[in-house]
Design a protein around this ligand. Structure first.
Ligand code: PMP
Length: 447
């Protein structure tokens, strides 16, 4: 079977043929609730049978335009041809050996690509793990060993994962940490830069963050500052110009490791390989996951060699970290990044979707702001003339959109942000359809 024929979903478009969720999805959902706990939630309980580019096809034959990409994972498109081909070939050769027992080339290739593209100068090293949270955990471990200090600084609205340490690092206690305690110690959440809400310049916001950290934690106790250059779950918060460079300079001066969590914003998502490149600073470590392997589980911790080399042999690793099939998929993603298409397409999505969202903002006063870069854009919905959040409106829009065959995700501390993380293969026509569905949903809410 040729690669082309294997994608029965090629060139599919939005189509709703049953109520949403349809009868087959409802049946599956009933089975699910008997064996899967509610803590593992389902935002939209339609069960997906196959997917290609920006279209999800459910078991009832409904076809959704996907503005979530599995929360920013299938950036190069669902079932991207090169990713599928590379994974298929690797699968038939070697599915697992454990890199720390008997190594293989794919892991080395991924580390080489990351050394080439990570926004860090000088010699770099990469270790691979399975998930974003695991990357954050390892980065903190390494920073602690390198500095000999315990403290972990994070920012307001941050999200870093669901393990014990990372759930403490998240801004939202509920649902991520509340009741799951005790929480990890030595985590300090500092004020962030959020131009829409604080009206501060980058320098002013950085001064506030630094003063807060120096007073509460004390720079001498801080191993690292972990920051998302563009925050994901927090609502696609883009810091004011100069904020991140000022923090990075302060970290360097105080010997604090600056860890850029690019798990959501990295790998072409923002129109650059790393979102850090938009802001003109250099972190000491950069974390990748989500988009790196086109849908297969893989994550990376890349950092300055001097920092990464402190851990003793055997101190870093894990059974599945850097699985050969996932590495082969990541190499296929990096080859496309080098050729340039995903970056160009992310920039196109930024222009076309950005213009469509600005147009919606001009017509609906409830849209307080359009923000983001590339294929990582969001709108914040507030009561007109105020910054009071409207999470009910966001819920109305996501539910109405689902009924119309568009999958949308919310975000933000108050759930009043609609974020767009489509595969960059989403077409201009599909973007226009998404904007029209949102337009109608807002109008029907106000009516
Ligand atoms: N950091 C950021 C910025 C993320 O967006 C996420 C996932 N949403 C994580 C860490 C955790 O990644 P994972 O779910 O793969 O553990």
């Amino acid at each position: 079977m040729s690669n082309h024929e294997s994608h029965a979903t090629q060139s599919l478009s939005r189509k709703v043929v049953t109520e949403v969720p349809g009868p087959k999805s409802r049946e599956l959902h009933e089975r699910r609730t008997k064996v899967i706990p509610p803590g593992v939630m389902a935002l939209l309980p339609v069960y997906i049978e196959r997917a290609h580019d920006a279209i999800l096809v459910d078991v009832d034959g409904n076809q959704f335009i996907d503005c979530g990409a599995g929360i920013g994972v299938t950036t190069v498109g669902h079932t991207n041809d090169a990713v599928v081909e590379a994974a298929r070939e690797a699968m038939g050769k070697v599915t697992h050996t454990l890199f720390t027992v008997t190594p293989y080339e794919g892991y080395v290739q991924v580390a080489e690509y990351l050394a080439k593209t990570a926004p860090i100068s000088g010699e770099k090293r990469t270790m691979l793990v399975n998930s974003g949270a695991e990357a954050v955990e390892n980065a903190v471990k390494i920073a602690r060993m390198y500095t000999g200090r315990p403290g972990v600084a994070v920012l307001e609205y941050a999200y870093h994962g669901r393990t014990m340490l990372t759930s403490t690092m998240n801004h939202k206690g509920s649902p991520y940490a509340t009741g799951f305690g005790p929480r990890a110690g030595d985590v300090y959440r500092a004020p962030n830069s959020f131009p829409l809400h604080d009206g501060l310049t980058g320098e002013e916001a950085a001064k506030r963050t630094i003063q807060w950290l120096e007073k509460t934690a004390g720079a001498a106790d801080l191993a690292c500052l972990v920051a998302e250059p563009i925050q994901g779950e927090g609502g696609f918060v883009v810091p004011a110009e100069g904020y991140l460079p000022t923090l990075a300079a302060w970290c360097r001066e105080k010997g604090i490791v600056f860890i850029a969590d690019e798990i959501q914003s990295g790998i072409a998502r923002s129109g650059k390989v790393f979102a850090t490149e938009h802001f003109g600073f250099e972190p000491d470590m950069v974390l990748t996951a989500k988009g790196i392997a086109g849908g297969l589980p893989l994550a990376g911790v890349t950092g300055r060699a001097e920092i990464m080399d402190v851990a003793p042999a055997g101190g870093l690793g894990g059974t599945f970290g850097g699985n050969p099939v996932a590495c082969a998929a990541a190499v296929a993603v990096f080859e496309q990044l080098e050729e340039g298409t995903p970056l160009r397409e992310a920039q196109r999505v930024g222009r076309v979707l950005g213009a469509a969202l600005e147009d919606l903002k001009a017509r609906h006063e409830v849209i307080a702001e359009v923000r983001g870069h590339g294929a990582m854009l969001a709108i914040e919905l507030t009561e007109p003339g105020t910054l009071n959040p409207l999470p009910e409106l966001v819920n109305h829009i996501t539910q109405t959109a689902a009924q119309s065959g568009v999958l949308l995700l919310n975000a933000g501390l108050h759930g009043n942000v609609l974020r767009f993380l489509p595969p960059v293969t989403i077409t201009d026509e599909q973007i226009a359809e998404v904007a029209e569905v949102i337009d109608q949903a807002i109008t029907s809410y106000q009516a």
